[in-house]
Design a protein around this ligand. Structure first.
Ligand SMILES: O=P(O)(O)OC[C@H]1O[C@H](O)[C@H](O)[C@@H](O)[C@@H]1O
Length: 320
């Protein structure tokens, strides 16, 4: 992985990512979003609220790859139900007490904070007109008073979203900018759009130990390479040796999700009752058209001392 510095590289952002990729900034305030479109028609949309990728189209712009609820709030009033919410610095409900994240809401504050658009990145990755990289930043100084009070640590996040013809790469760079060490968890809560959940399998987790949050919150071992989804699924697979998790639909590979420096993956589908119970999940039966495969570092904690940096992310390939 390319060694990127955090804030300084963001400030070096230039227009070198390729003259033909078009960048549009639309909307205002909490609804502002950045849209990047390649000359060949592929596009990505990133809401500044949460730096949430809300759309990724491949296949010349004809195929939407991400599921987005019809009732997703896109005005900054709550986390987006769909796309790729960024989970930081805690995954799930925080530890009840005695942890610096204990006063934070479920999944932390990154997905509900307003990020800065830092621009297109420099040509360090030799990007041509077939790729464009967008950088987004969130610093402790940019948090709401409430979030800052709940997690009063000095950090800098740079989130890079790289659109290529058949893939989307999303990478986080976390820097400890304070005197005090801190611990965090991180996850990319990707909602994949699929045609029919009854024909979908999630492959590539054979032999991996997971916690089943639906069943009994205890450890199990994945005994089949192919996970079929026939009811509510909420599993945290940890310390995965394989790099790639695949989503197969109707026997054909649909997505490859390749992890980089992230060891864990959550597989989630709310199914009938839970989908109905979520006010922002719509239509109710759209659990049939989505599956979350969420790469992250959520088993235990990542620790950063003063000045240290962590970097990790995913590359998703659309295989249609
Ligand atoms: O409703 P949210 O806070 O967005 O969380 C949605 C889901 O995220 C993850 O997949 C967790 O493993 C689930 O337990 C949770 O229900």
């Amino acid at each position: 992985m390319v060694d990127r510095t955090n804030r300084p590289s963001a400030l070096k952002a230039t227009d070198a990512a390729g003259p033909e990729a078009q960048i549009d900034i639309v909307g205002s305030g909490a609804s502002s979003k950045v849209i990047a479109t390649l000359p060949s028609g592929e596009s990505v949309e990133v809401l500044l609220f949460g730096a949430t990728v809300t759309s990724w189209k491949s296949n010349g712009g004809k195929t939407e790859n991400l599921w987005l609820s019809e009732k997703a709030a896109l005005d900054g009033s709550k986390a987006v139900r769909g796309g790729v919410p960024v989970v930081f610095p805690v995954f799930g409900p925080p530890p009840k007490s005695d942890h610096p994240t204990s006063s934070l809401p479920q999944h932390g504050f990154a997905r509900t904070s307003r990020w800065e658009f830092l621009g297109k990145s420099s040509a360090e990755d030799a990007l041509g007109s077939d790729s464009v990289k967008l950088d987004f930043g969130l610093y402790s100084s940019g948090l709401t008073d409430e979030a800052r009070k709940a997690w009063p640590l000095d950090f800098g996040l740079v989130y890079s979203v790289t659109l290529s013809k058949d893939s989307l790469q999303t990478v986080i760079n976390v820097r400890n900018e304070g005197e005090q060490s801190f611990e965090f968890q991180f996850l990319l809560h990707t909602y994949f759009k699929i045609q029919d959940i009854s024909k979908v399998a999630v492959n590539g987790l054979l032999g991996v130990t997971y916690i089943d949050k639906v069943l009994d919150a205890t450890e199990h071992k994945q005994s089949d390479n192919s996970i079929k989804i026939t009811g509510e699924v909420d599993r945290v697979y940890a310390s995965i040796p394989q790099d790639t998790t695949s989503i197969v639909e109707d026997g054909k590979p649909r997505f490859d999700v390749v992890r980089d420096n992230l060891q864990d993956t959550v597989v989630w589908n709310p199914w009938i009752e839970k989908a109905k119970s979520m006010g922002d999940f719509s239509p109710d039966d759209d659990y049939k058209h989505m599956v979350c495969v969420e790469v992250g570092a959520v088993q235990g904690w990542q620790k950063l001392d003063k000045g240290e940096v962590f970097e990790g992310g995913q590359t998703i390939k659309s295989l249609l």
